[in-house]
Design a protein around this ligand. Sequence first.
Ligand code: ATP
Ligand code: MG
Length: 440
Amino acid sequence: MEASEEGKSGVNAGESIGTDFVPPDVRLMMERIGQSGSEVWLVGGAVRDRLMGQAPKDWDLATSLPPEQVMRLFPRVLPVGIRHGTVRIHTRLRDVEVTSYPGARLEGILADLARRDFTINALALSYPEGALLDPHDGRADLDGRLLRAVGDANARFGEDPLRVLRAFRFVSELGFRIHEDTYVAVVPGAAGLLTVAGERIREELFRILLGGHASESLSLMRDTGTLRTILPELDDGAALHTIPAIGECPPRLGVRIAAMLHGVGTGGCTGSPSGTLNLKGAVLLAEQAMERWKMSNRQIREVKTILCNPLPDEADEWSDPEVREFMVRAGADFVDDIVDLAVACGASEPGQGLPAGKGRILHRRFREQRERHFALGLGDLAVDGEDVIRLTGLERGPIVGEILRRLHRKVLEDPVLNDRKILMDFIRKEYHIEAMRETL
Ligand code: ATP
Ligand code: MG
């Protein structure tokens, strides 16, 4: 198929795909900018997604109207990247990023598109006509499922090394191949990621991990030294084993980050955390990486919980109380992630992890126990510290906590015992100060 018509200015312009697919709030925004006498274009992922027949996820605009004037047009607006002339406008339904370019008419938007990262992202749709502007043959690359840098790839990665990671993000999300000229520039370009802010790396990395082609993308990152640059804690040999496991995990961020990090500090031998470092040392290294990416404390804690509680080999022989104990120890919210990670390792590393069938059984057993609403913590016991003090005659102090812990172990053995009357009788009998005196 002919990619598009050749416009008279030497750029592929003119094919109209309309703007009907643009949601009303974004159209209103474009209309208001247009009424000011400036040009306004739909750019970025929305045009790309539309041409691919997918529903756009977010909306980016480019305009010849200067940012200060864009800000005056809209009440709810934030200058997010004022250096690049980008402001974020909030509608009731979403945030839209609007980038201003200097210069008017065709030169302005052409200069804007030339600054964009890949040809498939350097497309613009005019408003209100909906005519496609495609000066870098992005449409042909979309059809060929190719990621190609706009202009000279080496120079472009040099200007902003994050583009290297964005390339892998699009590989993971779209399943595209990287064009050879661009790929060749990735290796020297990746080193520049050392200078990129952790939070920018985090945003792209998370999307890589959640993409439908995460393992393919991460394999390329490994081959090009990109993975080593952003995650030097992961040995190249270990990465070979952990990468396939990532794609086997369900697309939840916590478990996928854990899958990527579970090979850290194992010196090439994953599965058993006792490679070259003990589990604690390995988790410390993983934490160091997560802090570099400025992950939230909550996210770091979640991933650490998954990493710190690997399923023991005997998990498939657990009794019900042992299942409950594991849920208490690891946290009921994380046990399914832990099983999914073990199953993913089993699917990708022979002799490691957990067979899928056993994983399903464990998920079911966790679910059954969850439905029993057993006491996960001391606070879920049918009695509390005050009851213990009153019933035993003991003073307030650490011994009260110890008694509560013993009661908790008891109700983990048999949740039916978590009944106020039963526990109170038991406390009176076992822990009343007179009763204890008898056994001394
Ligand atoms: P998505 O649909 O997932 O949001 P996107 O391509 O729109 O993908 P954004 O991060 O929203 O990605 O960026 C919007 C557009 O801005 C991109 O399509 C690209 O044209 C341009 N862009 C973003 N980051 C860069 C960058 N680091 N260098 C050059 N151009 C960039
Ligand atoms: Mg976007």
